[in-house]
Design a protein. Structure first.
Length: 232
C-alpha cells in the first residue's frame, strides 16, 4: 500500500496534506566523539530516556480535513489527511533504559473528500487517525518499557472519493489506529502494555471511479493494539 504526504500544488500535480498533531516528541541520541569506524563504537553509551504524553478531556479534539476538487491533473495526485494524538520517536546508537507512557482520552478525526475529473498519472489518497504511536530505532538497548492506553474515545478515518478516469495506479486507504508501537533494537529486556477501553475504531473508504488504467488498491483498516519488534 502506498501512503504519501507531500506539499506542492499546481495544475500538473496537486498535493494537499493538513496534519493535526496534539503532542509529538522526537529524541535522537548521537555521539560527537565516537564514529562507526572508531574502536569505541562498540562500547555501550549509557543514556536514560523517559517520555510521558497525555491527552484527555472532552475538548481535546484533533481534526484534519481535506476537501479537494480537481478537474484535470496532468501529473500525479497525492492528498492526505492525518490526525495523531500522542507521537513519540527515539533514534540512536545505544540506550541503557527507555520508557514511554502515552494516554489518549480525546478525539482524533481525519477526513478526506476528493472529487477528481481525470488524472493522467497515479492517484494516492489517504486518511489516517492514530491515538498513540511509538517508534524506537536503536542499535542496542538495555531495557525498553512501553505503555499505551486509550480510554473511551474513538480515532476515526474516512475517505470519500469520486473519480472519473485515472491514467495510472489508484491507491485509496483509510487507517484508524489505536495503540501502535514499533521497536527495532538489539534489546535485552522489553515490556509492553497496550490497553483500549471502550474505544471504537472507525475506518471508512467510499470510492466511486470510472476507469483506471493501472492497479487499484482500496482499503479501510482499523487496528486496536499493534506491537512490532525486530532486530534481536
Amino acid at each position: 500500500m502506498k501512503t504519501a504526504i507531500a506539499a506542492a500544488a499546481a495544475l500538473a500535480a496537486l498535493s494537499v496534506a493538513p496534519v493535526a498533531f496534539a503532542q509529538t516528541a522526537t529524541t535522537t541520541t548521537t555521539s560527537n566523539t565516537c564514529r562507526p569506524t572508531d574502536p569505541c563504537y562498540d562500547a555501550v553509551w549509557s543514556k536514560s530516556i523517559a517520555n510521558t504524553q497525555r491527552i484527555d478531556g472532552t475538548n481535546s479534539i484533533l481534526n484534519a480535513t481535506v476537501n479537494t476538487t480537481i478537474g484535470h491533473a496532468a501529473d500525479t495526485v497525492t492528498a492526505a489527511a492525518t490526525s495523531i494524538g500522542n507521537n513519540f520517536k527515539a533514534e540512536g546508537r545505544s540506550v541503557e533504559s527507555l520508557s514511554s507512557n502515552q494516554v489518549f482520552q480525546g478525539e482524533a478525526y481525519a477526513t478526506l473528500n476528493a472529487k477528481i475529473g481525470d488524472a493522467a498519472s497515479d492517484v494516492t489518497l489517504n486518511s489516517s487517525a492514530i491515538a498513540n504511536n511509538t517508534s524506537v530505532d536503536v542499535a542496542q538497548a538495555g531495557r525498553i518499557d512501553l505503555n499505551q492506553q486509550i480510554l473511551n474515545r474513538d480515532p476515526s478515518a474516512v475517505v470519500n472519493a469520486e473519480l472519473g478516469s485515472v491514467g495510472g495506479d489508484l491507491t485509496v486507504s483509510a487507517i484508524a489506529g489505536g495503540n501502535i508501537a514499533n521497536v527495532t533494537a538489539d534489546v535485552a529486556n522489553l515490556s509492553s502494555n497496550q490497553f483500549a477501553h471502550a474505544a471504537p475504531l472507525n475506518a471508512v473508504t467510499n470510492l466511486s471511479v470510472g476507469t483506471v488504467s493501472g492497479k487499484i488498491d482500496a482499503a479501510a483498516t482499523s487496528i486496536g493494539n499493534s506491537l512490532t519488534v525486530k532486530g534481536f
